[in-house]
Design a protein around this ligand. Sequence first.
Ligand code: FE2
Length: 292
Amino acid sequence: MTELATFAAPGDGRLTDDMLAAFQDDGVLILRGFADPAECGTLRDQALALVAREAPEQAENFFSTTSNVQLSDDYFVRSGSNISYFFEEDAFTASGALKQAKADSLNKMGHAMHDLDPAFQKFSRTPKLAALASSLGFEKPLLVQSMYIFKPPAIGGEVICHQDSTYLYTEPESCVGFWFAIDDADLENGCMHFLPGAHKGPLRSLNHRNEDGKLVTDIIDPTPLPEHLAAPACARRGDLVIFHGRSPHMSAVNQSDRPRHAYTLHMIDGASVWPAENWLQRPADLPFRGFD
Ligand code: FE2
């Protein structure tokens, strides 16, 4: 099985030449111990506190990870500027009630915690991450999206193979994903998988608003990807996986009795153009920000 390039995290966050070369070759890089496990625990506590206080008991919104379709476009689009809650498809009984506790029913929350919640803001805007962004070549790094992924036991669903630049597109493309393990992630609880090197291929599809304001996904290149070559990104709490916006990735269902929490941040370069057709648009009073 292919092994993904893995290094001990640099203390100051700056990638070494070897790390940069591996990222350029593979489009994905694992940094062991980038974040303090205690700070990951604090973030987890805050996520669960937000869920307990603010997530609805009865959801009109679920997130289909196999079709990448939301029940409600409006709820999804608004989530770019707030903290919204997306449930797993299998979280409800036929009558629409939750089968189990909220935290064990959610797929994710998103997409602006890094700008709206002090604990998420603190975790997301560290000098270490700013140094990492700079060493990756970002001229003007902007944090555009945050997601807290719950991947609950038993019902934490499959996420089909996709590229994140499909949803966070810039001209020229500049999206990079930062995936922090909040819980240990392994083959049993649905760790991430990547296709190393496949970021050198084309962007396969592009999601955008059409003339009616509806979200649509255009297929650009239908050539199948060799998904059987995907390599697992097993991770311990505090490990960081960095991946190129064109790096195809996926995750399997959580077959364990353990959750698989993760925190994902997406960065673009403000030197690129953010099209008005992207799903994620911010109001004037909540612009994208970098590390300032
Ligand atoms: Fe993704």
